[in-house]
Design a protein around this ligand. Structure first.
Ligand code: ADP
Ligand code: ADP
Length: 244
C-alpha cells in the first residue's frame, strides 16, 4: 500500500520583503513543478539532485510540513491541506531528520527531554514516556545518554538522538534530509548502518534526500532525480547507477 504520495504538486514560494510584495515587486520561485511520486510500504526511495533542485521542498511536502500551491499531497490516503484538522496527527505519521542535528536539538534540554517531546505532544503520560525514551536510545545505540546535553554530544551522536526523536511515535515513513551531510566519512558510514537497519531490515519506508550518490546506492531501492523543480529521471537504484 501507499504511505505517502504527491500528485501533480507544484510549490511556489513568494520571495522578497513584505513591502516589495505589497508594491507588487515580489517575485516567485517554483521550487517544485508538477511532481508526482508515491512511497510504498517498506520502500526506501532516494531523492537526488543538485543544490536548489527542490529536494527539500518535495520532502517537506511529503511529510506534511508544507502545503502545496497546487496538486494534492496524501499521507495514509488522507489529503493534507492548510485547513486539515488532522494535520498534526498526519505529521506524526512521518519522522523527519534534518541535516544539522545541533540546530534541531534544543541546547537547554537533555537528550531524554528532546526525545520525549513528541511523546508529550501526543499525550503520553510520564510513566509511559520514560521507558519509551530508554527503548529509543537503545534502538540508536546510545544507551545511557539520557541526561546529556547537546553540547556533550559528537555530531554523529547528536544525529542519532534526532533519529530517536523522529522514531518516537513509530512513524511509517522516515525522511532523512541530508542527514549525514555535515558528518565525516567514518561517522557517515556508521550512521548508514543504522539507517539500513531502520529501513530495509525493519521494513520501514524511507525517503532519503541526498546529493551523495554513494548514499543513494547504499540505502535506496529506487532513486528519483530532481532538476530545476522537476522529476527528470527515476527507476530502480541498481539500474540507474549501473548504466554506462
Ligand atoms: P534542494 O533541497 O534541492 O537544495 P530546495 O527545495 O531547498 O532545494 O529549494 C528549491 C528552490 O526553492 C530554491 O531555488 C530555493 O531557493 C527555493 N526555496 C526553498 N525554500 C524557500 C522559501 N522558504 N522561500 C523562498 N524560496 C525558497
Ligand atoms: P517533566 O517535564 O514531565 O517533569 P522532565 O522535564 O524531567 O519531565 O523530562 C521530560 C521527559 O523526559 C519526561 O517525560 C521523561 O519521560 C523523560 N526523561 C527525563 N529524564 C529522564 C531520564 N533520566 N531517563 C529517561 N527519561 C527521562
Amino acid at each position: 500500500s501507499i504511505v505517502a504520495e504527491l500528485e501533480n504538486v507544484t510549490k511556489r514560494y513568494r520571495d522578497g520583503s513584505i513591502v516589495s510584495r505589497l508594491l507588487g515587486h515580489g517575485t516567485t520561485t517554483d521550487a517544485l513543478i508538477d511532481a508526482s511520486l508515491a512511497l510504498r510500504t517498506g520502500e526506501c526511495v532516494a531523492l537526488v539532485g543538485r543544490s536548489g533542485a527542490g529536494k527539500t521542498t518535495a520532502a517537506r511536502l511529503i511529510a506534511g510540513l508544507e502545503t502545496p500551491s497546487s496538486g494534492t499531497v496524501q499521507i495514509h490516503g488522507e489529503s493534507v491541506g492548510p485547513v486539515t484538522e488532522r494535520r498534526q496527527e498526519l505529521q506524526a505519521a512521518v519522522g523527519y531528520v534534518f541535516q544539522s542535528p545541533r540546530s534541531s536539538l534544543d541546547p537547554r534540554r537533555t537528550v531524554a527531554q528532546s526525545i520525549a517531546e513528541p511523546l508529550f505532544g501526543a499525550g503520553w503520560e510520564r510513566p509511559c514516556r520514560q521507558p519509551r525514551v530508554m527503548e529509543l536510545l537503545k534502538q540508536v545505540g546510545l544507551e545511557g545518554y539520557q541526561n546529556r546535553y547537546p553540547r556533550e554530544l559528537s555530531g554523529g551522536e547528536a544525529q542519532r538522538i534526532a533519529v530517536a526523536r523522529a522514531l518516537a511515535l513509530e512513524p511509517e515513513l522516515l525522511v532523512l534530509d541530508e542527514a549525514t551531510s555535515a558528518l565525516d566519512t567514518v561517522t557517515t558510514h556508521r550512521l548508514c548502518s543504522l539507517f539500513e537497519r531502520l529501513g530495509r531490515r525493519d521494513g520501514r519506508s524511507m525517503l532519503i534526500v541526498t546529493h551523495d550518490f554513494d548514499i543513494a546506492r547504499r540505502l535506496s531501492d529506487r532513486t528519483l532525480v530532481l532538476a530545476d523543480g522537476r522529476i527528470v529521471d527515476g527507476g530502480s537504484t541498481n539500474a540507474l547507477f549501473t548504466e554506462p
